[in-house]
Structures are given as structure tokens and as C-alpha cells.
Design a protein around this ligand. Sequence first.
Ligand SMILES: [Mn+2]
Length: 309
Amino acid sequence: MKTILIGAGSDLGVHIDGSHLGPTQLMNDLKDFYKGESISFIQDENIIKSRNLSDRRKNEYEIDKFNTKLYNTIVEKMKEDYFPILIGGDHTVAIPSALADAMVNESTGIIWIDAHTDFNTFETTITGNIHGLPLAAICGYKCDELRYYHKGNTIQPSKGVIVGARSIDEKEKDNLRYAGITYFSTEDIKKEGVEAIMEKAFEIAGGRTKSVHISYDLDVLDPKVAPGVSIPELDGINEEEAMKINEVILNHLDQVTSYDLVEFNPLRDKDRKTEQIAVNILAQTIRAVENYQKINKGLENPNGEAKLN
Ligand SMILES: [Mn+2]
């Protein structure tokens, strides 16, 4: 197995501009650190982006076009035994990323680290920003229009967990309840600690399966620490907690099969604070995945170099 970094530069899922620039910036920051394979997608410059508040389906067609390409590439790479690390982009890019995992692996679970639960539908969305719908689309809760390219199973909501939620719309709460997905709030993290919450998350998402998709939205952090996101929410987690969440994830690489880091918006960042955290999280992830792959390779041939002739 090999690692591949996939840049997914789209900000079509949100009326705020800038997250499409995130992947190029972060991949450039990592170029001395990471020498492996990478591939980049960036939205067509000629798209006239809808930011109209009354538009309930902002940029739906363009998002679908972008995501179809992304999906086909990730499915192909995962079938070739790559571990994809996807860098967003707004959170709509996680739809093809998570569904590609569900296509290649059986009964995939999902852990969604996010200040928002991203569980709106076209009926319940207040803003019409599609980056508020991806988890519902991934879990097969309505939103069929956002996954026509995917012929496989959707992820069962009973194998989905949201961690760090603190901004949920009223009708979105109903969606979460009808779907039966578990969510832990920022308060739960503060009360019980990162480790306890993340272990619970892995029990739910990873029980009786060997594949878990991770989707890490940087807006789970407090905007004082990480202001460079499109839709910041007050009272988030601190940097130490954010890194600790990632550490627990990386201790579960026997189950984790694909990974996203999304929503870095360089145009909203201050003193490159969010950029530095994003780079730290990615570097930690890349290193751990590469080490895990090395060890695993060794186990396939346990005699290895120690064998005497
Ligand atoms: Mn999100």
C-alpha cells in the first residue's frame, strides 16, 4: 500500500470564497516533507459561482461535475491499494471521498470531526450552501442528487459519528434523529476528554468492520486558534485537543482506510495560524500512515532480511 495526497480545490459548496485555494497552499508547504505521489483537482476558473442567498441549490451542477471526477479517481486509486489523504476544499469534497471508500470496502464506517453536523437536506438547508449537506448525502439520507455517480452502498448512519458539533440547525437536528446518527458535542469532549470520546467513536464507526473513513473539518477548532475557515463557530476545541484527536485516529490505522482534511480557507486566516495547524495535522498523518505501511509490509514477510542463507 502507498500513500497518495489528493488536492480537492473547490469552494463551490459555500458562499464564502477562498477554500478552493487551501490544497495548493498546503501541498506547497508540504513539498519538502512529502516526496510521495499526489494529484490535484481545482475547480474551473470560468465558473460563475452562485452566492445568491435565495438559491437553495447553489452550484449543484458544478459540484457534481467536480465530485464525479474526484470519485472516479479515488475509487481507482483505492482499488490499486493506495491510502488516499484528501485535502479540501470545502466539505462537499468529502462526498466522493467517503463514498469511494464505501465502494471499495465493505460496511465502511465514518467519523466526522466538525463544528457542524453537515446533515441538512435540500429541504431543510437555511443557506443553500451544499457544504451543509455532505454527511446526509454520504449516509443515504435523501440528497440523492449529490451521489448519482455512486452505484455502491451508502454508509449506514448507525456506523456514523460526529465529533465536536456545536452548531446544529433545528430541522437538521430532526434529520440526525430520524437517521439515527450519533454525535458528540464540543462540551462532551471538554467533559469526558478527547480519548474517551474518540474511543467511543471508533467503537461505533469501526465495530465489526475494517474500514473507517475520517473526515476532519478544521472548523472544529476554536476560531481564536484557527480563524482560517469559511464558517467559524465560537467555543471550539484548542490546538492540543485537535492534535490529540488526530493521534487517536492514527492509533487506529488498522481500521482507517481513507482520510480528509477540509475547509482551510487561506483568505480568512490570520498570521498563517490555521495553515500551521493544518500542516501539522497533515504531517502527523502522512508520517503515521507511511510508518504503518512500512511495518505492515514487514509483517507480510516476517523472515525478511533476518533470514540466514
Ligand atoms: Mn463540515
